[in-house]
Design a protein. Sequence first.
Length: 221
Amino acid sequence: MSKPFAWSYSVLTSFEDCPRRHYLTKVSKQVSEQPSEEMTWGNQVHKALELRIKVNQPLPKTMVEFEPIVAKVATAEGVKTAEQKLALNRDYQPTTYFAGDVYVRGITDVTIENGRKAVILDYKTGKPTPASAQLKLTAAMTFAHLPYIDTIATGFLWLKTGGITSETYTRDDIPTIWQEFEPRVQRLERALIDNKFPPRPSGLCRKWCPVGRALCEHCGT
Ligand code: SF4
């Protein structure tokens, strides 16, 4: 029996970037994708910051430059949760991360609850970019899990600069957020049902795609 359909922001954007690459690396797993140096570094930084917030473990020497930024997070007023796992079913109601009815999953780097307001931060180790739909998805999922929260300021915290790209949402925004995602998610689900994953050539084909010429004619072009 095939697994019930479930998605996350990274799964959705992987599919949208290139359906063929997504299928081969994440669905059939015919091709293994080695993490880049940047990804490995990003994962190490996330783990260190998680431990800094959860158990006040000092950052390793290679990351001390982030201490002033993380100290502000650690001392901010409110209840902090690091690496909060969020999972909703198809009715956008909370469920557990590996439940049989899970439909959408996400993890927030740090959530700070303060009364009826919350701040959610997503650590970023790369260069600052504009806000993305990831922020609103995080807000909608958190509203479902924390029913006493009315307002969420959600943002990317750029560790190299200390800057924040932030957006604020209220419960009134929830229907619009899901309406925005639904057509995108339906295209992903339809591709899985029809088993159709066409290539989508882009600047990734030349150097950044692990698929290989035997499985995609655009590889290396
Ligand atoms: S080479 Fe390009 S089109 Fe082909 S799978 Fe990779 S990213 Fe997609």
